[in-house]
Design a protein around this ligand. Structure first.
Ligand SMILES: Nc1ncnc2c1ncn2[C@@H]1O[C@H](COP(=O)(O)OP(=O)(O)OP(=O)(O)O)[C@@H](O)[C@H]1O
Ligand SMILES: [Mg+2]
Length: 294
């Protein structure tokens, strides 16, 4: 189990990336959902022992992450948001090298292990191709393969599905959910569907703060009967924004729609709609902004 308590981090330029973060995670897939700049990567790098916090604690089972970083490194697998590869090295050679460093010393055993990994991420066919010649999706799959070496008990993947085509994304989801059966997996994303499809537990994260935490379905249901939609003229948006908590606005078939949160039935021809996790996400993010305005 991963436990994060009162974690704070302010960068030297004054940006507070983590603001009293508290989280408790069990085995399975956990989704960290937040917009650009929310602090997701900062939190993940801190858990992966790549940067320090100003205050707070992180424990994983009986490991104190800040006091025993080398113990955590033995059992963590981390896929950074942006990672470089050695362009002139093949995936097979690279994985073989990392597996050796991680202590799989028997050559024959290592060969089988690397082949299994390559199959798992669907790269066996391309095992001899140089990493510099991989497509974005292939590189991402190589990234997850390297993060899995040593059967980590804690897997941290930072926006892993960005840039993957739908088929690859699906494959990647299946792989991640399989991993969640035996490990704590933390996935960061700004794609609501990733969380809906994959995660038993999640948090909405913005401006370094956890705004909500729980089961995606249960969190969505807290807005049941309170989400309404209306077709409007784009020029009316500002007025509606001043009267209601606007969740989103979008074009559909050339028509402009706005969806709002309201405790009671709103006037002016709004219709109640079936709400989902995306509405809850926007509610968390926008409610705070509205409160600041009011
Ligand atoms: N090394 C750094 N020095 C100074 N500020 C930083 C540093 N790294 C991140 N920040 C700032 O901290 C905030 C959180 O950044 P972070 O990269 O953690 O967000 P994120 O949620 O991962 O965003 P994205 O979805 O765009 O990847 C941002 O305002 C960012 O500009
Ligand atoms: Mg990030």
């Amino acid at each position: 189990m991963l436990t994060i308590k009162s974690l704070n981090k302010t960068y030297p330029n004054g940006t507070q990336a983590l603001n009293d973060v508290n989280l408790s995670l069990d085995k399975g897939m956990f989704g960290l959902l937040g917009p650009n700049g929310a602090g997701k990567s900062s939190l993940m790098r801190t858990i992966a022992t790549l940067q320090l916090a100003d205050s707070g604690t992180i424990t994983f089972n009986d490991i104190d992450v800040f006091k025993q970083p080398e113990e955590l490194r033995k059992i963590v697998g981390y896929l950074p948001q942006d990672f470089g590869v050695y362009p002139k090295v093949s995936a097979e050679m690279m994985l073989n090298h990392i597996a050796k460093v991680k202590g799989i010393t028997n050559t024959q055993e290592r060969k089988g292990y690397v082949a299994d990994l390559l199959n798992k991420v669907n790269l066996y066919k391309f095992r001899s191709r140089n990493l510099g010649d991989y497509s974005g999706g292939m590189r991402q799959r190589f990234g997850i393969a390297q993060a899995l070496i040593g059967n980590p008990k804690l897997i941290i993947v930072d926006e892993p599905t960005a840039g993957l085509d739908p088929l690859e994304r699906n494959r990647f989801h299946n792989l991640l959910s399989e991993l969640g059966e035996n490990a704590v997996v933390i996935l960061s994303t700004h794609i609501v569907d990733d969380v809906t499809n994959l995660c038993q537990n999640m948090a909405v994260f913005n401006e370094g703060k956890i705004l909500a935490q729980g089961n995606p379905q249960e969190l969505s249901e807290t807005l049941n009967g309170k989400v309404f939609r209306k077709k409007i003229n784009q020029s009316d948006l500002e007025r509606i924004e001043s009267d209601y908590i606007v969740l989103s606005n979008y074009l559909r078939g050339g028509e402009f729609y706005v969806s709002i949160y309201s405790d009671s039935t709103p006037s002016e021809g709004f219709e109640q709609i079936t709400n989902g996790l995306e509405d809850f996400y926007f509610y968390c993010i926008n409610k705070k902004q509205q409160e600041a305005i009011l």
